[in-house]
Design a protein around this ligand. Structure first.
Ligand SMILES: Nc1nc2c(ncn2[C@@H]2O[C@H](COP(=O)(O)OP(=O)(O)OP(=O)(O)O)[C@@H](O)[C@H]2O)c(=O)[nH]1
Ligand SMILES: [Mg+2]
Length: 464
């Protein structure tokens, strides 16, 4: 249930030690509670103007003990993040100090805030729409500059503006249909071909957004890229080359890597996890065989697998086995150790790789000296973004929830379009348009259920 009437409190800064730690209180009793703890030898906080700062001490009302010297920032409703009365204490940033001050606030009647509850209130009180609220969380979690930029743009309402435009166009079409239901003597019958034209246009525009979202999603959710291959082909060396750091152990012994090793890289703005796995082979070694099982699990759960083969030993039957175990996963075949072979052998090896994998895009690299690694990263980027080079500049839509809502809206509009084409009665069309309107409204939160709201804000941090 949405509880909007309690006054909530949380530590708004990350856990641990820091220069400053902030306690944030929001709700009807924020000023009252803050004032009970705050001693500045002056007027009570309730009588001070909004958007002012006050230096004072936090004193326990029960024991009179001084807990900290702080600065209180005052924001009066509706001019605050949550649109409610808000007081923030900037304390010394130690976890013990902060939890003592937090407890005092709770003793004085505040309730501990749930994750994202401040932002949820901002949304419910009309300070921002749902897409903007979700972008707050995305900005906090952003792992690359491109993801951060996309989140800021969405928080500033760029997506919302587009969605609003779609909504109003949709409402326009709906109105032109419904007016013929109510006042057909005055306005005449529905212009079916005009309705078809407008629906087709709406579908085109929505599909354009959905297509953008297919790669835009990567900025928010990232992508998992695993390296697979026989033992000793150079998987860990490639992992280290892509990380530009010696992360994974490399030795001349086959069976070196036994666990799944995962690290994040910034792939031209896309946050990507690179996963090194154990070399795939039948083995009696119990530790290694657990590693091989884990490798297989990882490969199934990755968006892209770099299938590494060895240029010196060439493509083998084992490689065939590995390839067939990867059916259903997007694979990029790569020939490693090209520094060990002649130009001619390399071309031969690549040709063999293309035939064996039936893929035209096969690359040769040397994980050891770094040759070809940048080209590999470029190829991976184009594969995962579907060739959308401008992704990081233009990502308007990044959230799967929004993409799905648009897809459902398109499905409904297509049904409506079909109805119009068959010249069925106008109220049949309007049912589908209403369904589409409902879906579009879910993006900005006009038509969203309480359950969805809770699910969205669950992923936030406490204090945001
Ligand atoms: N010359 C050359 N040697 C390489 C290259 N890549 C890897 N090696 C060598 O090949 C051996 C195995 O490399 P690793 O990176 O440990 O191979 P791996 O696939 O992770 O092996 P496992 O973890 O055992 O499955 C090491 O001696 C590396 O130095 C390369 O591009 N050129
Ligand atoms: Mg290894």
């Amino acid at each position: 249930m949405l509880r909007l009437h309690d006054t909530i409190v949380a530590i708004a800064t990350p856990p641990g030690e820091g220069g400053i730690g902030i306690i944030r209180i929001s709700g009807e009793k924020a000023f009252h509670i803050a004032n009970r703890l705050f001693d500045s030898n002056g007027k009570p906080l309730q009588e001070r103007p909004s958007h002012t700062l006050h230096y004072g001490r936090i004193v326990s009302p029960k024991s009179n003990e001084v807990l900290d010297d702080v600065v209180a920032s005052l924001f009066r409703s509706p001019y605050s993040y949550t649109k409610e009365d808000v007081v923030e204490f900037s304390c010394h940033g130690g976890p013990v100090t902060l939890s003592l001050v937090l407890n005092l606030c709770i003793e004085e009647g505040a309730r501990m805030a749930e994750p994202g509850e401040f932002t949820m209130r901002a949304f419910l009180n009309g300070g921002m729409d749902l897409a903007q609220a979700e972008a707050v969380c995305d900005q906090i979690h952003a792992r690359t500059v491109a993801s951060q930029r996309a989140a800021v743009r969405q928080r500033q309402g760029e997506l919302s503006k587009n969605v609003e435009r779609l909504r109003s166009d949709l409402v326009g079409v709906l109105a032109s249909i419904e007016v013929t239901l109510d006042f057909s003597e005055d306005v005449g019958d529905l212009d079916y071909s005009e309705t078809e034209r407008r629906l087709e246009e709406l579908i085109r525009e929505m599909e354009r957004l959905i297509n953008m979202g297919k790669s835009g999603r990567l900025l928010r959710e990232g992508v998992r890229i695993a390296i697979a291959g026989r033992p000793n082909v150079g998987k860990s060396s490639l992992m280290n080359a892509m990380l530009r750091q010696d992360r994974s152990i490399v030795t001349p012994l086959p069976g070196t890597t036994r666990d799944v090793i995962e690290e994040t890289i910034n792939l031209k703005g896309v946050p990507a996890s690179i996963v090194d796995t154990a070399g795939l082979r039948e083995t009696r070694d119990i530790v290694e065989s657990i590693g091989v099982d884990r490798a297989r699990d990882t490969l199934r759960n990755s968006e892209l697998v770099i299938l590494l083969a060895d240029a010196v030993t060439g493509w083998s039957e084992e490689d065939d086995g590995i390839l067939s175990s990867l059916s259903g996963v997007q694979v990029i075949p790569v020939l490693n150790k090209m520094d060990m072979v002649s130009q001619e052998e390399r071309e031969c090896g690549l040709k063999r790789l293309r035939e064996a994998t039936s893929q035209s895009l096969c690359l040769a690299i040397s994980a050891k000296n770094g040759e070809g690694v940048l080209e590999l990263e470029d190829a991976i980027y184009s594969l995962i973004t579907g060739g959308n080079i401008a992704l990081t500049e233009s990502a308007l839509i990044t959230n799967s929830r929004h993409i799905q809502a648009l897809q459902f809206a398109v499905d409904a509009l297509r049904r409506g379009l079909e109805t119009a084409r068959r010249r069925l009665p106008p109220d049949f069309i309007s049912i589908d348009l209403r369904a589409a309107l409902d879906e579009v409204g879910k993006i900005t939160g006009e038509t969203v259920t309480e359950e969805i709201i809770h699910r969205i804000f669950q992923d936030f941090c406490v204090g945001k």
